[in-house]
Ligand binder design. Structure first.
Ligand code: AMP
Length: 319
């Protein structure tokens, strides 16, 4: 039996139980995420919608440090479901005048439901902290995996698989009028079975008009319109997919320089050097995404069907 058949069987088996859900789960949600969603829903019903408190969880090892607090491995005591519990200190938020950003992060994130986006199941607070109950990504930050890969590079087949998953998640965000705005390997997590999970919606913005004018994001990943402080739309994320693909294949982002000024100049001139070892297909994809005019950037559905992505993804073999 192929893993796909197993998935389909798993989903078919679980589907009976899902009739209880008051909402429809996406068809392509992996079986374990569907099972987890059902567990959470049943748990919420049993608790008669009583909010969680810290006492409902056993806290495990720290998984990482965020802007306003730590993220811990946690196990819900009744169902033994494993989560990542993100703590945010209210005092830290107030110091940085960041309450609005976190409320926005929570609002945006809790509405998103996609197999390549970390699920935010629920949240609760005590007098000092806010806790976000997140899906756990067992292999942690993609950045660490890239740093420890030979020459800090991924193979073309692994890069294509990751680019497909990132583009699929971002396309879903854009359909929901959400721009991520901070795509970089540090904000991408990996599950135990090597699937991409976008996280950190701290910078993302829900924008019905899809037009904003604030400078944000990380230097190396900034598109020209942001560097030049012009209004921008969801195409900023398409630029970042191009930068990400380059960094996966080369080990460094395309506009990295000694000074910010040099980086800005290179970004504005779209001064990209492709190493000789990069395939024509990869160059084609990256150059179609790294377009100065946002309207000329390859749309995400076309990233998903790009020849290089499709052919290299097919040759990917899990370890
Ligand atoms: P953040 O506050 O979202 O930037 O998270 C800080 C760090 O905690 C990340 O860089 C990850 O290493 C870890 N982390 C955050 N969320 C998760 C998660 N859902 N699963 C596993 N590790 C996580």
């Amino acid at each position: 039996m192929t893993s796909n058949e197993e998935d389909r069987n798993g989903m078919a088996h679980n589907d009976e139980d899902f009739s209880e859900l008051p909402f429809k789960l996406p068809d392509n949600l992996p079986p374990e995420a569907r099972a987890q969603a059902l567990k959470m829903y049943k748990m919420a019903l049993e608790r008669k919608r009583k909010p969680f408190t810290l006492k409902d969880f056993e806290i495990g090892k720290p998984l990482g440090r965020g802007k306003f607090g730590r993220v811990y491995l946690a196990r819900e005591k009744q169902t033994h479901t494993i989560f990542a519990l993100k703590t945010i200190f209210k005092s830290e938020l107030q110091k940085g005048n960041m309450e609005h950003q976190v409320i926005r992060e929570v609002e945006i994130h809790s509405r998103l439901n996609h197999p390549n986006i970390i699920s935010l199941f629920t949240y609760f607070a005590d007098d000092r902290r806010i806790f976000l109950v997140l899906e756990y990504a067992g292999k942690g930050e993609l950045y660490k995996h890239l740093q420890s890969a030979p020459y800090k590079r991924f193979s073309e087949s692994l890069s294509a698989k990751y680019i497909y998953e990132v583009a699929d998640a971002l396309h879903y965000c854009h359909l929901n009028k959400v721009i991520h705005r901070d795509i970089k390997p540090e904000n991408i997590l990996l599950t135990y079975d090597g699937r991409i999970k976008l996280s950190d919606f701290g910078w993302s913005v829900h924008t019905p008009s899809l037009k904003r004018k604030t400078m944000c994001g990380t230097l190396d990943y900034l598109p020209p319109e942001m560097v030049l402080n012009k209004p921008y739309n969801e195409c900023v994320d398409n630029w970042c997919v191009g930068v990400l693909c380059y960094e996966f294949l080369v080990g460094v982002p395309p506009f990295e320089s000694k000074t910010n000024d040099e980086t800005f100049k290179k970004i504005c001139a779209v001064d990209v050097r492709y190493p000789a070892f990069m395939s024509t297909g990869a160059k084609d994809l990256i150059s179609k995404l790294l377009q100065k005019n946002p309207l000329n950037r390859l749309p995400l559905p076309q990233v998903l069907t790009h020849d290089w992505v499709i052919s290299k993804k097919k040759t990917f073999k899990a370890d």
